[in-house]
Design a protein around this ligand. Structure first.
Ligand code: MN
Ligand code: MN
Length: 424
């Protein structure tokens, strides 16, 4: 110890100082003094002012600056909860004529066991090929316009146009396509209710057709084998995304798809941003879209959250599913409490993905000076969240005081409802 203090006197005295002040604070509150002293060196509370926190070696400066709460964690962070941050911006883009896609799934983001996400762009006329897959697909249009087609289980056809702020939902096995419209195509987020879902493993129309014996296909369609010559132009892995002309008027396509003169279904899309938020305070709004308001969304529930600067998506948890998040705008931070004295804080920016395992307590705070907008996504038919405040204010007050030592006055100040975004 003598030797260490001679080599790094500042470091030694700083540690001792932190330990002493930790004892004073903790002694006045709850913890036993020896516990506080043992934890003190981990709590780099003074952050960059603490010489023990200096970082003279190599640094990816851009990444460090995006993650201030990892570089200098809040003193309440402890042990290492699993990484719950990822980002589409770090992922490979599969670029083809007509658009591109990129994905975040459990292969790259091990905590995300229940949900995978895909981000896709289609040019005006660009087509995401007719296909289906083994997971349910929930989607939010982020930019621009697209035309969707599908066929419902009962044989009802579907064709419709969606615009930024609209959702769609295609259940497992329902065949569908997406095509960018004018003036500049579209970009959207796809959410799948399987953590290991991959966009590279969907049933593509063209891929299937060129891997079916031509004589069988000719028999199936009731045509001569020579009619199948054009299929030789299909790439060996199918088309996936390809460029085509912008389609004609929607009304014309609706006419074309009708069965026995019946109207196409409207069941697959939902105008989320035209819906009044279920929760609204001076600090933000929450729109909840689950199967109660959008019956097609049988297995994926969503909340679209806006937190104004200075606001907080309050301390809460979800009883029935993991939460997968997509950050649309702004800057925020989230601490996930992993139980057993384990807590971790990570920062989020537009394009990032977050994850909170089922039942774990968390909050999301706006750390920027613009609105923080994000999606909470769940593999469940119904959205449920439980609010710390709502719980604590609906218990015998003595019981709460006995746990936390807080005064009756403090307990009285706590909002007596699940308000969603605070301060109300
Ligand atoms: Mn799909
Ligand atoms: Mn949540």
């Amino acid at each position: 110890m003598l030797r260490l203090s001679l080599l790094a006197p500042g470091l030694f005295s700083r540690r001792r100082f932190l330990g002493t002040s930790g004892v004073a604070v903790a002694g006045a509150a709850l913890a036993a003094p020896h516990e506080a002293a043992a934890q003190a060196p981990q709590s780099a509370k003074a952050g960059e002012q603490n010489p023990s926190a200096s970082d003279p070696g190599p640094e990816n400066r851009a990444l460090k600056e995006l993650n201030p709460n990892s570089f200098t964690p809040p003193s309440t962070d402890h042990k290492l909860g699993k990484t719950f941050w990822s980002s589409f911006s770090a992922m490979h883009r599969r670029i083809q004529d007509g658009g591109w896609s990129r994905q975040v799934n459990v292969d790259d983001f091990p905590i995300s066991k229940q949900i995978a996400g895909v981000n896709m762009r289609l040019t005006a006329g660009g087509i995401r090929e007719l296909h289906w897959h083994v997971a349910d697909e929930w989607s939010l249009m982020l930019y621009g316009n697209a035309r969707l087609t599908a066929l419902d289980f009962d044989g009802t056809p579907y064709v419709n146009d969606v615009t930024a702020g609209d959702l769609w939902y295609f259940p497992t096995g329902v065949p569908h396509s997406i095509q960018g419209l004018g003036p500049d195509g579209c970009e959207f987020l796809l959410v799948f209710d399987q953590g290991d879902f991959s966009e590279d493993d969907t049933t593509l129309l063209s891929d299937w057709m060129i891997h079916t014996p031509p004589d069988v296909l000719a028999k199936n369609w009731g045509v001569a084998p020579s009619a199948l010559e054009p299929l030789k132009n299909v790439p060996p892995d199918g088309r996936y995304i390809f460029q085509a002309p912008v389609p004609g008027p929607l009304q014309q396509d609706k006419q074309a798809v009708t069965r026995d003169g019946g109207m196409p279904t409207e069941a697959f899309q939902f105008h989320m941003m035209q819906m009044k938020p279920q929760k609204s305070t001076r600090s933000g709004q929450i729109r909840i879209v689950d199967s109660a308001v959008f019956p097609a969304a049988a297995n994926i529930a969503a909340a679209h959250v806006t937190v104004k600067p200075g606001g907080l998506r309050e301390l809460h948890w979800h009883p029935n599913a993991d939460e997968w998040q997509y950050y649309i705008a702004g800057k925020g931070r989230m601490t996930v409490f992993f139980n057993a004295a384990t807590a971790r804080t990570q920062d989020f920016n537009a394009g990032d993905v977050g994850y909170v395992p089922q039942t774990l307590g968390h909050y999301v705070e706006n750390t920027g000076d613009t609105d923080l907008v994000f999606l909470e996504m769940f593999k469940t038919a119904r959205y449920h969240d439980l609010s710390l405040n709502d719980w604590l204010t609906h218990l015998p007050p003595e019981l709460v005081a006995q746990h936390l030592g807080i005064s009756a006055q403090t307990l009285d100040a706590i909002p007596r409802a699940n308000l969603g975004v605070l301060p109300a």
